[in-house]
Design a protein. Structure first.
Length: 295
């Protein structure tokens, strides 16, 4: 990240040295550069905290204060992993023990999907139970990838909608049970609106007009099985980053010089850091021990 900031500053110096006027110059330095943002995935990837596609073990990393009595788990697929940057900073700010568990393209909803993924899901839930956290934060892809089978017949993503909602409800119910069904002890971060085409590709072609790369975000099969399941589980609570990331249902490709999306459906780690204060407001204080779960 420091390298990208240094390059941005250097480009400004070079422009000034060439006699560029502030009145006519256009700032086209984005962080990260559009050509590199696809790899801007944050600490979980850099630290090797993501279980490999061929693995069933639930790999973990611990951030914040490892010895803290206040324990928080961030768990899920890549759509949960994209919130590692703000969650780490929030854990450091609050003095939490933050435990992360991720596996890309693996359904966390309680339904048969792929054998290795299903085994990882079970192992991850058992690991979370051993952690006995005060709070679980989770998110899931609600897009095209998770199509299920019924009675040996492969269904389309559209046909899988009801099964996914029922399966995710079972998963959230298990998490709520693990956390004692305290009010808000399971936080579901709603899946983000997504782009039809990668915004960084557009930015690479339109450096002087980044606003042309803004887009109307869409959600797959709205309102989404994550939202529906969260509303069905006592102790679970949904938070929606959509209005923060895409105010007025319009998703900016760049905000304050930072590239927002690294592909069609994931935030860049650089931008995700800016959601720390927002996430702190959404989560609030950890659920009190012994409090009763809400509906």
């Amino acid at each position: 990240m420091c390298r990208w900031i240094l390059l941005a500053l250097l480009s400004g110096v070079l422009l000034a040295g060439c006699g560029a006027s502030a009145a006519v110059s256009v700032d086209t330095a984005f962080t990260p550069p559009p050509e590199e943002v696809v790899d801007d995935k944050g600490e979980a990837v850099l630290d090797g905290c993501r279980s490999g596609m061929e693995h069933t073990e639930a790999w973990t990393c611990v951030y914040g204060d490892p010895g803290s009595d206040e324990s928080v788990v961030l768990w899920g697929d890549s759509h949960a992993m994209q919130f590692v940057p703000p969650m780490i900073r929030l854990a450091e700010r609050k003095g939490w023990r933050l435990v992360t568990l991720f596996r890309g393209s693996c359904l966390t909803a309680d339904a048969p999907f792929e054998p290795a993924c299903d085994a990882w899901r079970m192992n991850a839930l058992n690991r979370i139970a051993r952690e006995s956290p005060d709070l679980v934060v989770t998110a899931t892809d609600t897009g095209n990838g998770y199509a299920l089978a019924r009675d040996g017949v492969q269904l389309s993503r559209e046909e899988s909608g009801d099964l996914l909602r029922e399966a995710y409800t079972r998963t959230l119910d298990r998490l709520a049970e693990i956390t004692g069904r305290r009010a808000g002890s399971v936080v579901v971060i709603r899946d983000l609106p997504r782009a039809e085409h990668p915004p960084p590709d557009c930015l690479a072609r339109n450096r002087d007009r980044p606003e042309t790369c803004d887009f109307e975000g869409v959600r797959r099969d709205p309102p989404g099985f994550d939202l529906e399941a969260a509303h069905d589980v006592r102790g679970a609570r949904l938070v929606d980053p959509g209005p923060e990331v895409c105010p007025g249902d319009r998703c900016p490709a760049v905000r304050d010089g930072k590239v927002v999306y690294r592909d069609t459906a994931h935030l860049s780690a650089t931008y995700a850091v800016t959601l720390t204060d927002w996430l702190e407001e959404q989560i609030g204080e950890l659920p009190a021990k012994g409090s009763d779960g809400g509906g």
